[in-house]
Design a protein around this ligand. Structure first.
Ligand code: PLP
Length: 366
């Protein structure tokens, strides 16, 4: 048997009739940008996340860049100011900060949850700190009340990177509605994926929403009038139409992912493997299913021999990357340990019962 890490083909085939119809509707309409498909998806997505505004843009990295850029245009922060971010995040969260000439301040995660360690945030704050960017990494909620209290105490913006956690809940609120603003990615492999690149910003703040929308459209809120030196980062109508369909199925797809995760957690019994800690099933949408083992590379080879594809999220932490050379000698032991030990098992809403059983049997046989 072979088990792919993720079959985008299977995921797309599931809603094939609906997405073909939506794409055909846009193709035949003669209107491809900034039209009614964007209006509809933005309204539906804002309603789903629970914010007043959702603004579509070209991709998730841009969504994060535009949030920070808008805060700079609003005078909330300026070049050289600091943004606290987890050291073990995907590089895009950090690129969004440096792209704006802001300074990322890396904070270690908690080894049990892989989310930013909320007890270490306050010590990282300086007079230049203007925001905390939390990342709901691997699909698990990173928000804690303590983080919000620290942000309030020091008057910091709380920004969420919700690229991996569409549909994730904190109590009865969705991630993406917990802070001042959130960036979302609809990269095809994300829980809510487009058939190409797409992203969005959500917020309750009208000034921020207006600024983000203008910046992503050449800096213009009114045709041929330019308030900002903006960029072209719009969400196209075909992707908006496809996303609106997939949004309607997101909760059922996330439930299927949780079922796979729960079967892995019940079935995997191997003392060499550390399973993810789940305290509340609602606050994890299992963008990936991360396990840890000190013999990670052996384990990955063994699984591949058995036909099971896995991926490391991520092999090199941001502070060891060449693009951030000046951090290369710094030490973040928890982050480094995660990057050395993490392996993601196959996870998707289209895995069959037989595939899940097979993965469990093979993992237990290692
Ligand atoms: C995917 C991802 C992004 C970037 O999204 P793109 O749409 O690929 O630009 C940002 N942050 C995290 C944590 C991600 O996983």
């Amino acid at each position: 048997m072979t088990v792919p890490f993720l079959s985008l083909k299977d995921i797309t085939d599931k809603y094939s009739a609906e997405t073909h119809e939506a794409a055909a509707r846009v193709i035949d309409s003669g209107w491809y940008l900034q039209g009614k498909e964007n209006v509809l998806f933005e309204a539906d997505y804002a309603g789903y996340i629970g914010t007043r505004y959702a603004i579509g843009c070209a991709n998730g990295l841009d969504a994060l860049i535009w949030i920070l850029r808008a805060y700079m245009e609003m005078g909330v922060m300026s070049a050289g100011d600091e943004v606290i971010v987890p050291a073990n995040t995907y590089i895009a969260s950090i690129l969004a900060i440096t792209e704006n000439n802001l300074v990322p301040v890396l904070v270690e995660p908690d080894i049990a949850t892989y989310q930013i360690d909320d007890t270490k945030i306050e010590a990282a704050i300086t007079p230049k700190t203007k925001a905390v960017m939390i990342v709901h990494l691997y699909g698990q909620c990173a928000y804690t009340e303590k983080i919000e209290q620290v942000c309030k105490k020091y008057n910091l913006k709380l920004i969420e990177d919700n690229a991996q956690a569409h549909g994730c809940l904190y109590k009865d609120r969705k991630t993406g509605s917990l802070g001042d603003a959130a960036g979302h990615s609809f990269y095809p492999g994300k829980n809510l994926g487009a058939l190409g690149d797409a992203g969005a910003v959500t917020t309750d703040d009208q000034e921020l929403a207006d600024a983000v929308r203008a910046i992503a459209n050449y800096g213009s809120a009114k045709k041929y009038v330019f308030k900002y030196r903006g960029r072209n980062s719009r969400l196209d109508e075909i992707q908006a139409a496809i996303l609106d369909i997939k949004l309607k199925h997101l909760d059922e797809d996330n439930t299927l992912r949780r079922n796979v995760a729960s079967r892995y957690i019940d079935g995997i019994k191997n003392s060499k493997i550390i399973l993810p800690v789940v305290t509340d099933w609602d606050n994890n949408v299992f963008h990936i299913f991360p396990i840890r083992t000190i013999r990670r590379d052996d384990f990955q080879k063994y699984l591949l021999d058995k036909g099971i594809q896995t991926i490391i999220h991520y092999p090199i932490p941001p502070h060891k990357q060449e693009c951030y050379r000046k951090w290369n000698n710094r030490s973040f032991p928890i982050t480094e340990r995660i990057h050395n030990e993490e392996l993601s098992l196959p996870m998707s809403q289209t895995l069959t019962d037989e595939q899940v059983h097979y993965v469990i049997d093979m993992v237990n046989g290692w």
